[in-house]
Design a protein around this ligand. Structure first.
Ligand code: ATP
Ligand code: MG
Length: 346
């Protein structure tokens, strides 16, 4: 059997990067799944608090993230969609894995360095990191490993930024199995998403991200037509005349072309963004942005409408979805934990 696990942090309303890099693939996996495949998607709130969150804002973000997952087409009957903190066994397995996880390996990971804006040679015991770096942020790959291993996931769809963590999860599984003397945990494979990274509108050399300070750097799945147009109008491009697709020389323009290429259902028959760009060759950059806004709005309109419907209701849809998901996830986690607890001697 195939078990697919992936997670998303409730750190804000999801944007086009989350959609093209993750959520759209999750829906595709759901719609293509055969009967021997189970799909488990988690709203990872325990990960969100590795950076301080305002409690009320976090509660809102959790609801919005679940609503967005339903709005893009995930079905709580066909997959397991749950809040990570509803399944305490994730934290329990994390502790157990922590007892054999290597500090050296964790200190070489890059994520905590980039979150704290430290350089790649930073060491957790350097004076500059020591006070800023919290234990949870440092060890969160162990929690991520627990998330995956507790459901015996065989495949994990992630963006390129996460492949290092998957390797760590495989290490954790192998290490645990070695100590236990039996194959309790499954080493998962990476399913790299085909879509390239969507870049920030204001800084096309950085990825679009929920937690970047500038709200104009990202297009949310819930943005209105006019918000989409406004954000695109001020997107950073260049002063070269005409439209061409050239990611290294024209990152801003190329990012817009890629976004439209990925969301345009007709695609004008183009096989790739470069071919798609030919359609717009003679346009000014302003006209290109209007064109992209039209494509983005056309794709997001039905998602936005479903989102409003779900969030605007009495909350029953979300409560029910969360409850069904939590029950299924607890069951799946518990069956692994029985073996794990026995293996460590509990
Ligand atoms: P945060 O800034 O809080 O880390 P985020 O936007 O990076 O938020 P995550 O919840 O960390 O989103 O990641 C969820 C999923 O979305 C992951 O699979 C990640 O690889 C993918 N993802 C995030 N940003 C992008 C992007 N710009 N392009 C493509 N995929 C992305
Ligand atoms: Mg992220």
């Amino acid at each position: 059997p195939r078990v697919i696990f992936s997670g998303i942090q409730p750190t804000g309303v999801p944007h086009l990067g989350n959609y093209l890099g993750a959520m759209q693939q999750w829906v595709k996996l759901q719609n293509d799944a055969s009967s021997n495949t189970s799909l488990i998607y988690s709203v990872v709130d325990l990960h969100a608090i590795t950076v301080h969150q305002n409690p009320d804002a976090l509660r809102t973000s959790k609801k919005e993230m679940l609503a967005a997952l339903l709005a893009v087409g995930l079905d709580p009957q066909k997959c397991t969609i749950f809040f990570q903190s509803d399944v305490p066994a994730h934290s329990e397995l994390m502790w157990i894995l922590s007892c054999s996880a290597s500090m050296g390996y964790l200190s070489r990971m890059t994520q905590w360095k980039s979150k704290l804006d430290l350089d790649e040679n930073a060491n957790p015991l350097d004076p500059s990191s020591k006070t800023k770096l919290k234990l949870g942020l440092f060890s969160y790959p162990v929690l991520q490993a627990a998330d995956i291993l507790i459901h015996k996931a065989t495949h994990v769809p992630v963006g390129h930024d996460q492949s290092q963590h998957l390797e760590f999860a495989r290490e954790c599984a192998a290490g645990f199995n070695h100590l236990a003397g039996s194959k309790v945990l499954v080493q998962p494979e990476t399913l790299l998403s085909l879509a390239k990274r969507v870049m920030a509108l204001d800084r096309p050399t950085h990825k679009m991200s929920k937690s970047a300070p500038n709200p104009k750097s990202r297009i949310l799945l819930t943005d209105s037509s006019s918000a989409i147009s406004k954000k695109l109008r001020v997107a950073l491009t260049d002063s070269i005349e005409g439209v061409t697709y050239d990611p290294s020389a024209r990152p801003g323009v190329s990012n817009l072309i890629e976004i439209a290429f990925n969301l345009d259902s007709s695609n004008h028959g183009a096989a790739d963004p470069a071919e798609y760009a030919k359609e717009f060759e003679g346009l000014s950059l302003k006209a290109l942005k209007d064109k992209v806004a039209e494509v983005v709005d056309g794709h997001l309109a039905p998602i936005r409408a479903r989102f409003e419907e779900i969030v605007g209701g009495d909350g029953k849809i979300l409560e029910e979805a969360a409850q069904i998901g939590a029950e299924k996830a607890r069951k799946s986690a518990e069956s692994t934990m029985k073996e794990v607890r026995h293996a460590v001697g509990f």
